[in-house]
Write a protein that binds this ligand. Structure first.
Ligand SMILES: *Cc1c(COP(=O)(O)O)cnc(C)c1O
Length: 391
């Protein structure tokens, strides 16, 4: 590992294979994976349909570039459009790229309308949109911007959840509003439904584009394909990635044809984005997610997990002080340092992932059953009981 740039604080743990929601480490241990590759492994590990589609495509064609039509891309775009508010889809390779592309679309929209002065975006405190220069400026988190020079211009930060402050931040230069319907890295903060509806109203009132970052909360994680569906409103633009490729790097931004009116030939591009291999996997993920009853099962398992976590908090309030989230995107606020708790959970065979605010995130594969929830919560219970005893 010595030649790998040390930008990550990695656990001293490596895996050699996975099966469903389980991972097997190189030293022979089994783990229940409620980290899910940070909300990526939506179908768990080595899902037979994904493996088959990837293998099949790998023997035919990997990459041709976007100089040519790519049937798998047209198919996946059409399916995403059919199952969302959007008319048009651009494929890239990561979440940050998807957000960045969506930001470009917002600026281009107003420019195409003859209002090039409208190029600034309003974004929220405690948000996360990726690690490119523009996306770190959008999130405006000092931990990510420190030392990287003057911030990319064009972003105004307002408190998440507060419509009044947001209204006062709108100027003649504002192009749009960028929001995560459920903040992930910020510590699992689901937006109020009224807030999301209010954002739609404000955007309409001022002619702004509403841009949702569903990189983490989309792709079925909440029991609906898109998290904003719970609020009964739609955005104009949406960034997705993480779960879209089920572990293969795929990102995309989606928009209505009106919002995308400026995105004509030559305005944006990607060498790798939407290549045949990536599209075969993306289509395979949707094959499963769109099966009858799949999302209903996620919703049901999510409710079960929500109840079990509430119960856990009620019994171990000193160790786990609060649980919040939607569906299979849950956060548990820790009393003691979350890193220490998370290490102990790992020792006991449960993988989780941290978030801001001393939170442990649970982002399991969407394919888990109630028995896996029971197994995870039993481990959390045991660790909390040990902590109570030690304190
Ligand atoms: C993970 C994440 C991103 C960035 O995705 P990358 O693939 O790491 O670039 C952007 N927005 C949200 C909400 C995320 O959770």
């Amino acid at each position: 590992m010595t030649a790998v740039m040390p930008t990550y604080a990695r656990a001293d743990l490596a895996f050699e294979r996975g099966e469903g929601p389980y991972l097997y480490s190189t030293d022979g241990r089994r783990f229940l994976d409620f980290c899910g590759g940070i909300a990526v492994d939506v179908l768990g590990h080595a899902h037979p349909h994904l493996v088959e589609c990837l293998r099949d495509q790998a023997g035919k064609l990997w990459h041709v570039s976007n100089l040519y039509r790519i049937p798998g891309q047209e198919k996946l775009a059409e399916r995403l459009a059919e199952t969302s508010f959007a008319d048009l889809v651009f494929f890239c390779n990561s979440g940050a790229e998807a957000v960045e592309g969506g930001l470009k679309l917002c600026r281009k929209y107003h420019s195409a309308n003859g209002n090039p002065e409208r190029w600034r975006m309003i974004a929220c405190s405690d948000s996360f949109h990726g690690r490119t220069l523009a996306t770190i400026a959008a999130a405006n988190n000092e931990k990510h911007t420190d030392g990287f020079g003057p911030q990319t211009e064009g972003f105004d930060t307002v408190p998440f959840g507060n419509l009044n402050v947001l209204r006062t931040a709108i100027t003649g230069e504002t192009a749009g509003i960028l929001v995560e319907p459920i903040q992930g890295e910020g510590g699992i903060h689901p937006a109020d439904m009224d807030y999301l509806r209010g954002l739609r109203q404000v955007a309409d009132e001022f002619g702004l584009l509403l841009f949702f970052d569903e990189v983490q909360c989309g792709i079925g994680r909440t029991g609906k394909l898109w998290a904003h569906e719970w609020a009964g409103i739609t955005p104009d633009v949406m960034a997705i990635a993480k779960g879209l490729g089920g572990g293969f790097p795929v990102g995309a931004f989606l928009a209505t044809s009106e919002a995308a009116k400026g995105m004509t030939a030559g305005t944006h591009g990607s060498t790798f984005g939407g290549n045949p291999l990536a599209m075969a996997v993306g289509n395979a993920v949707l094959d499963v997610l769109l099966e009858d009853g799949f999302l209903a099962h996620v919703e049901q398992t999510g409710r079960y997990l929500t109840d079990k976590l509430a119960d856990l908090v009620s019994r171990h309030g000193a160790v786990f002080t609060e649980a919040r989230g939607v569906g299979l995107m849950q956060g548990v606020v820790c009393g003691p340092d979350f890193g220490a708790i998370s290490n102990k959970l790992t020792d006991e065979g449960l993988l989780t992932v941290g978030a801001a605010g001393n939170v442990i995130r649970l982002l399991p594969p969407l394919t888990i059953e109630e028995s896996h929830v029971d197994e995870a919560v039993a481990i959390m219970d045991r660790v909390a009981a040990g902590w109570d005893g030690a304190a």
